[in-house]
Design a binder for this molecule. Structure first.
Ligand code: WT7
Length: 577
């Protein structure tokens, strides 16, 4: 029998209760050198602060090319490049509060663009490179994106054809257009940076100024832009230390793409705020490559996702035989439920447990974690990090929200609002923002239970969003793209359980009355969705149905589609909304 608890040796530094001082956000601010009421700028705190310290010549990033050759960029060099890019943006007329989008793979220019834009008070919004034109158009139009930093091929395939629909988009910067201006109506990165000054570009933003815009999906409607402020870096910094045990001497590898919130908060801001060195792997997942990176780069702290762990588990033990991960000290994961089996596999493979952490786009940083100083309960998400108060609440339509005190009772996970990285708005949707709160409680939409020792256990989502390979996808965005096809009358989209990806996107499609279903049509619809949405958002499977189930108010009953898919009893669907 495996034990229910993995004991951790207590490290005084990581133990908020056992340390010299009790935790407070004010103290985190002081640790970062922020003066009360003084300026707060993420890029200053992540980059410039170190460029003027003994860390100046230490690598901020180590980029690994396809052939795994490394390229280091020091804090000092990063400060200079981000000044240049910030000044280049200023010369293009970018003002504080303007939105800058980035759409490219993990390469040096992406990191310089993000930090340079933050430096001058612009709002940065990352787009996942596997998005197709429709998710790009939708997000950029909502935020009136003024500048897009991308590659020539992504621009020509995905943006140039829809540029006419994006009237706010003034400038496109191509990171790989060395000649400058080769593609009409774009700027070349090299040319732009060369022409820019490298005097300090910093703009004195304040704690409450907007910094980041991350789009996230709900059950209904198009993705919402969750807006985060510069003070969010207090959460990034504190949680990197407490939940990820990160120290300035560490080589840190966050495997998430900066197109999603994890890759921004913990792939860029948190580790730089701590003064660590970040590994950036420019290639896509490959099990043998990941083993080689962990071993030969000497990664100390590794933050990854359950899907990646399942893929490594699937690769089999021979992949790990004969390898030693001497430098590896701490492993953590986020984004989807971490199976206890994965924790036991990690104990066998790395002689270390995986520390699960829980958070969301809206929370901006880690809220619940199996922190370094805590014993691990395999299967549990952990306990609220210092500075965060979490509750289990009963939340039913038309009834007041009440806190459930009894352990082991399922309810919705709610957080007392006011932590520094809490989202401040859904862009342009105040009503949807208000709906996320009951009094001072932020309602997460996740169903959980808490055990008698205060550990939270994930039970499921309270809505129909899909988690595929750790990415949150809204069914509505997928259904809308399918319904653009002339053969489709209606579409209902669900997450179908999958051993590797957690869920895969499956669409149920009702065809127009004169259309005959066929395998050729199915392939055509899959290709149509992939073209419009991109590989990350398109369905993997399509089933034709006569008609879709609806609520009495006419909404598609996705829960019923899912129950059918799982072979479960359908229950009395007539009572649903
Ligand atoms: C949703 C948020 C967290 C940053 C990346 C994802 C699910 C997150 C866990 C976990 C089970 C988890 C929740 C949450 N989730 N962490 N440790 N165990 N589920 O951010 O795309 O906004 O997704 O991911 O359902 O609500 P996101």
């Amino acid at each position: 029998m495996r034990p229910r608890v993995i004991r951790q040796a207590l490290r005084a530094e990581s133990d908020p209760g056992g340390g010299a001082e009790a935790f407070s956000w004010a103290q985190v601010g002081r640790d970062l050198g922020i003066r009360p009421g003084g300026p707060v700028n993420m890029a200053y705190l992540a980059v410039d602060r170190h460029a003027d310290s003994e860390l100046a010549d230490k690598p901020a990033f180590r980029f690994l090319a396809e052939n795994r050759s490394p390229h280091d960029l020091s804090y000092r060099e990063l400060a200079r490049l981000t000044d240049r890019f910030g000044n280049a943006l200023k010369s293009l007329g970018v003002q504080p509060g303007d939105s800058i989008f980035v759409l490219c793979g993990r390469r040096c220019e992406l990191y310089v663009a993000v930090l340079g834009a933050l430096k001058i008070g612009a709002i940065v919004s990352p787009l996942f490179p596997a998005f197709g034109p429709e998710p790009i158009r939708n997000r950029m139009a909502q935020a009136a994106g003024k500048v897009l930093v991308t590659t020539a091929s992504a621009y020509l395939r995905k943006v140039e054809p829809i540029r006419g629909e994006l009237p706010s988009l003034r400038h496109v910067v191509l990171v790989d257009d060395a000649g400058g201006g080769v593609v009409p109506e774009t700027h070349g990165w090299e040319h732009l940076l060369h022409a820019a000054s490298d005097v300090p570009a910093l703009v004195a933003t304040t704690a409450g100024d907007p910094a980041l815009l991350h789009f996230t999906s709900g059950t209904t409607g198009m993705p919402k832009g969750a807006l985060h402020v510069h003070a969010a870096i207090l959460t990034h910094y504190a949680t990197a230390r407490i939940a990820l045990d990160l120290r300035p001497d560490d080589l840190f590898w966050c495997t998430a793409d900066p197109g999603w919130v994890t890759g921004m908060s913990y792939g860029i801001l948190a580790p730089l705020a701590v003064g660590a060195t970040c590994i950036v792997d420019e290639a896509e997942f490959d099990a043998a490559r990941w083993v080689a990176i962990l071993e030969s780069e000497g990664v100390n702290v590794w933050y990854t996702a359950p899907t990646a762990i399942r893929m490594l588990m699937k690769a089999g033990p021979t992949l790990f035989a004969g390898h030693a991960f001497a430098a590896l000290r701490f492993i953590a994961s986020v984004g989807e439920p971490l199976n206890p089996e994965a924790v036991w596999w990690s104990m066998e493979t790395f002689r270390l447990p995986i520390h699960d952490t829980w958070w969301q786009t809206e929370t901006g940083g880690i809220m619940v974690a199996n922190a370094a100083a805590d014993d691990i309960r395999p299967g549990a998400m952990g306990r609220p990090v210092p500075g965060i108060a979490a509750h289990v609440v009963r939340h039913r339509a038309g009834e007041p929200v009440t806190v459930i005190e009894t352990p082991e009772t399922v309810g919705e996970l709610a957080l007392e609002s006011g932590w520094p990285s809490m989202f401040g708005a859904y862009l342009g949707q105040p009503e949807r923002y208000r709906e996320c709160f009951a009094g001072n409680l932020y309602l997460s939409g996740d169903l959980v239970r808490r055990d008698a020792d205060g550990y939270f256990w994930f039970v499921g989502r309270s809505d129909d969003v899909i988690k595929t390979a750790g990415h949150l996808i809204g069914p509505f965005e997928v259904e809308s793209a399918l319904m653009e096809h002339p053969a489709v009358a209606e579409a209902g989209v669900i997450g179908k359980p999958d051993a590797l990806a957690g869920e895969v996107i499956k669409a149920f499609v009702a065809l127009k009355h004169d259309v005959v279903p066929s395998d050729a049509l199915r392939s055509e619809l899959l290709a149509h969705a992939r073209r419009r949405l991109g590989a990350a958002v398109a369905p993997k499977e399509i089933a034709f149905v006569e008609c879709l189930p609806h609520t009495r108010s006419g909404k598609i009953l996705r829960r019923l589609l899912k129950a059918r898919e799982l072979g479960l009893s359908e229950g009395d669907s007539s009572t649903l909304e």
